[in-house]
Ligand binder design. Structure first.
Ligand code: MN
Length: 278
């Protein structure tokens, strides 16, 4: 008999300014509450006029992964190990910073010149101590390589993990589920979600109901333990399903560095200042 997960708590979001000055909507919960996720930023939606688009110029990371998923607009990415590319709607860039990388995440010249709608997500996935200093790596999954499925009013893009019988080919350091779901009014999604994973839903349009509890646009629902989650939507909804294992280690965090101890943070700052992260 499998146990259905319920909503354990609902975390509200607030709007903050990041990077060069772009607005993000972010759950008002940090690190350990959302474990193994350290951050969940909804970038926009923002409709930029020509010359208005902004991004995050050169900055370092160490000790975790940044995952960028675009819904609208275009971002250009460049880093200290020589990778360069454009992330367009439906594309995912899974960057494992590991021991260190310096990168820039900016709107493309076209977005800068012409303006336009920008909407997407950046999620930070923590790494266990043994992997924090791994070699940096990228996985770029373009929209056409990313598995999607539509069934009984439910559309899903499987960025990591599994949903409705389809599976992502992405290689994650720890087992992550990351699914973008759109539900038509009156539809239902019953999804298995391994009981060793912390599970959560981030709703960014409409409203869903989980075991009788409603979760509205702009809310992060942390789920109780169980083997599956049953999601209904009367009005229609769009949301992310996120899940991953509890890492269960101390989190020392300073800006773009997330390590286990204060000493490791000081080391990261020192290494960055000495030019050892590039
Ligand atoms: Mn970054």
């Amino acid at each position: 008999m499998s146990v259905a997960r319920a909503v354990k708590s609902i975390v509200p979001t607030h709007v903050v300014t990041e990077g060069g000055g772009f607005k993000v909507r972010r759950p008002a919960a940090m690190g350990s509450l959302m474990s193994p996720f350290l951050l969940l930023d909804e970038m926009g939606p923002a409709d930029y006029a020509p010359g208005e688009a902004i991004g995050a110029p050169w900055h370092p990371h160490r000790g975790f992964e940044t995952v960028t998923y675009m819904l609208a607009g275009e971002m250009e990415h460049e880093d200290s190990v020589g990778s360069k590319g454009v992330i367009t709607p439906g594309d995912v860039q899974w960057m494992t910073a590991g021991r260190g990388i310096i990168h820039s995440e900016m709107p493309t010249k076209k977005m800068m010149d012409e303006g336009g709608l920008m909407h997407g997500f950046q999620i930070w996935v923590n790494l266990p101590a043994k992997d924090k200093m791994m070699n940096p790596r990228y996985q770029d999954i373009t929209a056409d390589q990313s598995p999607t499925i539509e069934k009984d009013g439910v559309w899903a893009r499987v960025i990591a993990g599994e949903c409705l019988g389809i599976e992502s080919s992405i290689d994650t350091v720890i087992p992550i589920t990351y699914v973008h779901v759109k539900m038509a009014p009156g539809s239902t999604l019953n999804k298995t979600l391994g009981e060793d994973l912390n599970g959560m839903l981030y709703v960014f349009a409409g409203e869903v109901s989980v075991e009788g509890k409603n979760v509205k646009d702009g809310k992060l629902a942390l789920l109780s333990n169980g083997q599956r989650v049953n999601i209904e939507s009367q009005s229609g909804a769009e949301f992310l399903i996120l899940a991953g294992p509890e890492i269960g280690e101390p989190i020392a965090r300073y800006g773009p560095f997330v390590m286990n101890t204060r000493e490791e943070i000081l080391q990261a700052i020192d290494d960055y200042q000495r030019g050892l992260l590039a």
